[in-house]
Design a protein around this ligand. Structure first.
Ligand code: FE2
Length: 258
């Protein structure tokens, strides 16, 4: 099975890049996961954005620390298991953190999202929650994990924790692609897949306001960067539930798409 995992889609330029890429290449993949927690101008996701990503070919959209920034996300999560939020939110949080889906060709594949706790909001222990979720999933089904976390060490250790037990641990959130992709014990791993958005920016936002906030310390409203975006993704090849290859993929949207 060939899986595509698209990194954090940031604002309209990121959405256009994801749509442009999938229009050309969706048919190459059996299953597509997209992190969409920044698609609404950097802050969360709306129904329209979720539907646009689904129509473009995303099987599952994952969230993260900005997951609940837009009104209506809770209802959207309750309606569709194809929108996932981190599984280590407290019990009672709307929506699901993991679910089993059907890929093209009928094979089953599970997606699990977790959020880190180092330099982030303190949620439940993602390691323990991962163990609990895996215990509840049907045996033999490949599991793709989106670990939305800030600290490289926490992400690497999660890769170690889940090695041999899941098919892939893909890091998201920092918006900068790391060059450490590997397969270890049949588990594909990358610390961060990177952002799908305007790369000449402060991780998606225009430089000007972010620069001013660093330099003069006055509050500024950030604005998403404009222009053609770059898609960052990984392709993961599975043999049964074991990963056999992971490849970084970078694709530039044309001017028209920007
Ligand atoms: Fe994030």
């Amino acid at each position: 099975m060939r899986i595509l995992f698209i990194g954090d889609v940031f604002a309209t330029p990121g959405l256009k890049a994801a749509q442009g890429f999938l229009k050309e290449r969706r048919a190459d993949y059996d299953f597509v996961v997209v992190n969409g927690e920044n698609v609404a101008g950097g802050f969360g996701i709306t129904r329209r954005h979720f539907e646009q990503l689904r129509a473009a070919g995303a099987d599952v959209v994952t969230l993260g620390n900005h997951g609940f920034d837009q009104p209506g996300t809770a209802e959207l999560l309750e309606e569709s298991p194809r929108l996932l939020r981190p599984a280590n939110y407290p019990p009672g949080t709307p929506g699901l953190g993991a679910h089993v889906f059907e890929a093209r060709g009928g094979e089953r594949v599970a997606v699990l999202q977790l959020m880190g706790r180092v330099y982030m909001e303190a949620l439940d222990d993602p390691f323990r929650v991962a163990d609990d979720v895996l215990e509840g999933l049907p045996a033999g089904v490949p599991v793709i994990v989106d670990f939305h976390a800030e600290a490289t060490s926490e992400k690497k250790v999660m890769g170690f924790h889940l090695a041999g037990r899941v098919s892939a641990v893909v890091g998201t959130h920092t918006h900068v692609t790391t060059a450490d992709e590997c397969v270890y014990k049949g588990t594909a791993y990358i610390t961060d897949v990177g952002m799908t958005g305007v790369q000449h920016s402060s991780i998606g936002m225009r430089f000007e306001e972010v620069h001013a906030r660093f330099v003069d310390k006055l509050p500024r409203r950030f604005k998403p960067a404009e222009g053609p975006a770059t898609l960052n993704a990984v392709e993961i090849e599975l043999d049964g539930r074991r990963a056999v290859a992971v490849r970084r993929l970078r694709w530039e949207a044309s001017r028209d798409e920007g």
